[in-house]
Design a protein around this ligand. Structure first.
Ligand code: HEC
Length: 253
């Protein structure tokens, strides 16, 4: 038993030494093996690496002839919308909130006011614009191209259109027999106060940003300075129980 173990150890060690000593190129170091002295070989002309062809430029950029295009590059199904909702809720709600008014929790805590999707400009913006914003970032917003694949970015675009419609739907938008209900009546049915569905305002704990493209100026006195004791818990102003689930602070309390 003991003999077998030490044998294994020796052969393991031997193996590592071989790999350590064998000839190889070190990254960014030259070599005299190739005539041009480079150990890192240049790409072979007219070749495309696997998965990097991206011939469908609209799908990968959101642009058509240098302009943001309008339309989805593939048909929208319920599955696409559900995927878009799920990805949107993961990546966008921290700043844009679940309803897309741009007052998510990160904004509550001092980030620049994120875009409100329910403005006339964004309601009529071409679909490629939303894809472009996610792919390249926009002003104070970082890009999400590393986190979200192109197909998921398009799914989010589709879901944002659904979000926009959800805030302004009319009877003409739904099939016969279905009813458009104001959010407040749904809230009431769920046992929540009617004002649960109102537009909410940022709480006093929010650090106010300056208008876009200007540096932030922190308030001279921290919002909680007045509360005495200096206990850090003061920053967690309890929200009304009804308001808490959606991260919502009622305008009047
Ligand atoms: C870290 C916070 C943050 C996250 C997360 C975030 N955004 Fe934004 N977003 C912003 C801010 C801030 C702005 C406003 C930027 C400005 O005007 O400088 C913005 C603006 C926008 C706009 C409006 C662009 C315009 O034309 O005015 C869209 C659309 C948008 N975001 C989509 C998204 C989507 C989709 C996601 C999720 C994939 C997302 N954002 C995630 C912060 C965020």
């Amino acid at each position: 038993m003991a003999a077998a173990t030490s044998l294994l150890l020796i052969s393991g060690l031997g193996c590592r030494q071989d790999m350590h000593d064998e000839p190889k190129f070190f990254p960014q170091r030259g070599t005299d093996f190739y005539a041009d002295g480079r150990s890192v070989r240049p790409q072979v002309a007219n070749t495309v690496a696997r998965n990097q062809l991206h011939a469908d430029t609209y799908f990968y950029t959101g642009f058509i002839n240098g302009k943001e295009g309008d339309g989805m590059p593939f048909p929208v199904t319920m599955k696409v919308l559900e995927r878009g909702q799920e990805r949107y809720n993961v990546y966008c709600t921290p700043c844009h909130s679940r309803v897309g008014n741009g007052m998510g929790m990160i904004v509550d805590r001092g980030y620049a006011h994120a875009g409100d999707y329910h403005t006339a400009r964004l309601e009529t913006a071409p679909l490629g614009h939303f894809f472009n914003v996610m792919t390249n970032g926009y002003g104070a917003m970082p890009d999400y191209s590393a986190q979200i694949t192109p197909i998921d970015r398009w799914a989010i675009v589709a879901y944002i259109k659904a979000l926009q419609l959800s805030q302004k739907a009319t009877q003409a938008d739904v099939p016969a027999g279905a009813q458009v209900q104001p959010l407040s009546s749904i809230a009431e049915k769920e046992g929540l106060p009617a004002n649960f569905a109102d537009q909410w305002t940022l709480p006093p704990t929010a650090v106010r940003g300056t208008p876009d493209d200007q540096p932030y100026v922190l308030p001279a006195t921290p919002p909680n300075a007045a509360s005495g004791s200096g206990a850090p818990v003061a920053s967690h102003t309890p929200k009304s129980p009804a308001a808490a689930p959606a991260g919502k602070t009622a305008a009047k309390q």
